[in-house]
Design a protein around this ligand. Structure first.
Ligand SMILES: [Zn+2]
Length: 398
């Protein structure tokens, strides 16, 4: 189908720039994909997300399946018609959210996706060959998600890219347990692809998911198996270890395995989006990323700034900003900074629990990440990725 065209490669790393083509438009890669988990990016209108330069958003099968339900969304014209987002949409399969209810892990924390709030009230009841049974966090009812149902839901949602249902394991289980779980995920991959071949929309791209935990041989086997399957693209998921160095190593095993003959399949890294991880992921050959980080931090009063020593963050709750006339970030062209809003005023909004604060900081954070990705894309095209990556890591403003 030729859904993905590589337009430039970096000489010193596995990085590549490209264009991912979908029914609802193109995505220039490498790209960050903001979360529209429940069919909306929290606090920000679809037109504003597009205005920041984003071309694709990610919706979540699990949450949309529970509320308002995929049949309702299908009757409303699919997720595109329902939400008013005209561009490409990728949907997560629901596996990660279900399994997060069962085991919050350190890996979740690294990924910025630690389960919190109502999800904690749900529970995995059983993982069986047929699928996974769980208790709904909404009403306590027992529900089951099978590979086929996940694909049917994603077909009803009308997403441009669907992810197969996978079993996510915590990092602390044994190698044998991880191996058995990966094998089940591979059988579920075949069932998802079979359902899609028989019932799915030909225009919907299906990505398989590489599992294998923190074990090199299992990761490599899983990557090779997913690459050899009929999937249109490859997502890397599951436990990516305890710390960043391990995560980069694990992603590197997978993309190394995808080198020969599988270059043309687009690669998505699930749930990773801190600034240094985006840079490292691009160097490892990842094409798209999604993560709650920029939007979640914004809602909690934390802004992204060019300060690697502070993990690119500044907390605007702090008393030191009480009389600050500074914008969130000098020279930032985002709507919040361009309007001249000061740190002192934003801090005041936060202390008044005014939702506008979260909205303005979400706009800034998404704009910041969009510029980081734009810088990396441009650098790959100009053959200057190593210089641009080094500058960003040293605190250059994107
Ligand atoms: Zn800004």
């Amino acid at each position: 189908m030729g859904a993905f065209a590589i337009t430039a490669r970096d000489a010193d790393s596995r990085a590549r720039a490209g264009v991912l083509s979908t029914l609802h438009g193109d995505v220039d890669t490498p790209a960050f994909v903001p979360l529209a988990t429940k069919g909306f990016v929290r606090g920000v209108a679809p037109s504003e997300v597009a205005g920041l330069g984003y071309q694709m958003v990610l919706g979540n099968t699990f949450h949309l399946f529970l509320a308002p339900g995929h049949e309702l969304i299908q009757r409303a014209g699919g997720l595109h018609g329902f939400s008013g987002w005209p561009g490409p949409i990728i949907t997560d399969s629901g596996g990660f959210q279900i399994f997060s209810m069962g085991h919050g892990t350190v890996a979740d924390e690294i990924k910025g996706r630690a389960p919190s709030g109502p999800e904690r009230a749900g529970a995995v009841l059983a993982v069986e060959e047929s699928g996974v049974r769980f208790r709904s966090y909404l009403d306590g009812a027992e529900r089951e998600l099978t590979p086929e149902l996940s694909m049917a839901v994603q077909s009803a949602l009308g997403s441009d890219i669907a992810l197969v249902l996978d079993e996510c394991t915590p990092f602390h289980i044994s190698r044998e347990q991880t191996a058995r779980s990966s094998e089940r995920t591979h059988r579920w991959l075949e069932r998802c692809l079979a359902w899609h071949a028989d019932h799915g929309r030909p225009s919907q791209l299906v990505y398989g998911i590489v599992q294998g935990g923190v074990h090199e041989d299992l990761r490599r086997q899983s990557a090779a198996l997913v690459a050899d399957s009929g999937s249109a693209g490859i997502a890397i998921g599951g436990s990516l270890g305890r710390e960043k160095e391990q995560m980069h190593e694990i992603v590197g095993w997978a993309t190394a395995e995808l080198g020969d003959g599988h270059e043309s399949k687009p690669r998505h890294l699930l749930g990773i989006g801190e600034i240094d991880d985006l840079i490292a992921g691009v160097e490892l050959g990842i094409d798209t990323f999604d993560c709650a980080m920029p939007t979640r931090l914004g809602r909690h009063g934390v802004a992204l700034v060019a300060d690697p020593d502070a993990r690119w963050r500044v907390n605007l709750h702090g008393a030191r900003w009480g009389e600050s006339r500074e914008p969130v970030m000098g020279g930032c062209p985002c709507p919040t900074c361009a309007a001249g809003h000061t740190r002192a005023w934003l801090r005041h909004l936060l202390h008044q629990r005014e939702p506008l604060a979260g909205r303005l900081l979400t706009l800034h954070n998404l704009a910041f990440v969009a510029r980081v990705m734009g810088n990396l894309r441009a650098a790959i095209a100009r053959g200057r990725l190593s210089q641009t990556a080094a500058a960003l890591r040293a605190g250059a403003a994107p």
